[in-house]
Design a protein around this ligand. Structure first.
Ligand code: FES
Ligand code: FES
Length: 244
């Protein structure tokens, strides 16, 4: 079983580099999956005040990306709305708001959660990690890097949820969790042998309207330590004009 690894795949050409730089910049500009950590810290730093609860509100302290954040909110406020509307953490996206698309996926105590279906007041005492909290300083999480290197997105709207779900997926596999595609429930596959079908099944709760699925699967394959990406993903990358 191999842990997810930092991508070390060399850049193949100037064109290759230029495209990836563009993709990274595009995501940063969109404030979605791979925003500059220092920029995001500025956003959250401005949200640390703890206002007194108003009528119908309650005070709740959430641990988000390693920082306690105290909010006065109504009990009906979802975690997604608390993140986006109250804390300025807009990386988590609202797609359907009904638990159907996965765009709002975040990690709560290491488990993937649809934040649109979770009440913020129920998350007190838990460790919440959003897309903004995955990078370490200026170093991207290996899954973030893998999404860039494998063109695991197009518009990027679903990407924060896809990445958070993929991070959880890797941990689930390490812990020996089975999926509906696991043939032998007593012997779930390790990361190194996780099949394309397994990855697709395990990410089936995250939809991509741009249908960037081949790149997403390739990114997860890379994050598992598998190389090269699947032939289908490699073909997609080549069609996009990037050397595989
Ligand atoms: S916005 Fe939460 S699942 Fe679609
Ligand atoms: S990249 Fe556009 S919705 Fe997935």
């Amino acid at each position: 079983m191999h842990p997810p690894q930092e991508s070390k795949r060399p850049e193949d050409s100037r064109k290759h580099r230029a495209r990836r730089n563009f993709l990274g910049q595009a995501l940063t500009a969109a404030g979605t999956a791979i925003a500059a950590p220092s920029l995001l810290n500025q956003t959250t730093a401005a949200q640390t005040s703890s206002p007194a609860p108003g009528k119908g509100e309650m005070s709740v302290t959430l641990n988000i990306n390693g920082k306690p954040q105290t909010l006065a909110i109504e009990p009906r406020v979802t975690l997604l709305d608390a993140l986006r509307e109250r804390l300025g953490l807009t990386g988590s996206k609202k797609g359907c708001d009904h638990g159907q698309c996965g765009a709002c996926t975040v990690l709560v105590d290491g488990e993937r959660v649809y934040s649109c279906l979770s009440l913020a007041v129920m998350q007190e005492g838990k460790q919440i990690v959003t897309i903004e909290g995955l990078a370490k300083g200026d170093t991207l999480h290996p899954v973030q890097a893998a999404f860039i290197e494998n063109d695991g997105f197009q518009c990027g709207y679903c990407t924060p949820g896809q990445i958070c779900a993929s991070v959880a997926l890797l941990d689930e596999v390490k812990r020996g969790c089975a999926s509906a595609m696991t043939a032998d429930l007593t012997n779930p596959p390790p990361l190194a042998k996780l099949s394309e079908a397994e990855i697709k099944e395990r990410l089936s709760g995250n939809l991509c309207r741009c249908s960037a699925y081949n790149g997403i699967v390739a990114a997860v394959q890379q994050a598992t330590g598998q190389t090269p990406p699947s032939p289908a993903a490699a073909m997609l990358v080549q069609e996009a004009g990037v050397s595989a």
